[in-house]
Design a protein around this ligand. Structure first.
Ligand SMILES: Nc1ncnc2c1ncn2[C@@H]1O[C@H](COP(=O)(O)OP(=O)(O)OP(=O)(O)O)[C@@H](O)[C@H]1O
Length: 239
């Protein structure tokens, strides 16, 4: 398993205002698979992803990335794990505005004192169609190009897992399809593992597997999803 959670509980607030954002979630994400996390608004999707990625703490239960139980790590070890073994793609791209596309892609590796392996950088840049854009700043790139730079940045470290939070939320459907095609290709052809939160049944149909949440609990799964099968599953949750 690339990532797994066991009896995961995350509570926000106190007293009357208490919200069990995750109410005992046990789920695992196979290596070399593209999984989408879906569910109604407020069902706990973002909370689950943040806990799985070591971006947020949880109240009880456990999370493993590979063999590593992340609750056992110090803050410093967790920072290193996120930097070296996890890739992130966010809805808002989150590129550094003063750096070129190439510098943005390589920043994480440089911070770790590493260089990309062999032809890996070239492979990623070529498959994302970014070769002619490497010297451009984010403000000189379209939204779709910026998100492709963010995908390259996530992939260049060859992480154990890439977490994508609504990666197509700010893109038109054509740019969104390019990003989803790339994420799927990175899984099928480059052997990566991708976990994506999305509201969009079309985006979810690119995944190998869909995990459904409702009220902070696992509420179903859809294997080999299509847009229609995802819509039907969401309907049963009242989404
Ligand atoms: N910082 C916080 N403080 C208090 N409650 C929170 C906080 N973050 C999330 N929640 C609550 O936890 C629950 C789960 O939120 P979460 O953002 O994980 O849901 P989601 O499925 O990602 O929703 P959406 O699809 O709307 O983004 C919600 O009831 C939300 O109001």
């Amino acid at each position: 398993m690339a990532v797994s959670a066991r009896d995961l509980v995350k509570v926000y607030g106190k007293g009357d205002a208490v919200v069990r954002a995750l109410d005992g979630v046990t789920v695992s994400f196979a290596a070399g698979q593209f999984t989408a996390i879906m569910g109604p608004s407020g069902s706990g999707k973002s909370t689950l992803m943040h806990c799985l990625a070591g971006l947020d703490t949880f109240d009880s239960g456990s999370v493993r990335i590979g063999q590593t139980d992340i609750a056992q790590l110090s803050d410093r070890e967790l920072t290193t794990l996120r930097r070296d073994r996890v890739g992130f793609v966010f809805q808002a791209f989150n590129l550094l505005p003063t750096l070129s596309a190439e510098q943005n892609i390589l920043l994480g590796l440089e911070l770790a004192g590493r260089k990309p392996e062999g032809s890996w950088f070239d492979t990623i840049v070529a498959s994302l169609g970014l070769r002619k854009r490497l010297r451009h700043k984010p403000s000189e790139l379209s939204g779709g190009q910026q998100q492709r730079v963010a995908c390259a940045r996530a992939l260049v470290t060859k992480p154990d897992v890439i977490f994508a939070d609504e990666p197509t939320g700010n893109l038109d459907s054509r740019s969104g399809a390019e990003v989803l095609d790339f994420l799927r290709m990175s899984v099928r052809e480059l052997g990566q593992t991708v976990i994506m939160v999305t509201h969009d049944p079309v985006a979810a149909s690119y995944a190998d597997h869909v995990v459904l949440l409702a009220d902070g609990r696992l509420a179903g799964e859809v294997a080999r999803p299509t847009t229609d099968s995802v819509l039907a599953a969401l309907k049963t949750l009242g989404a």
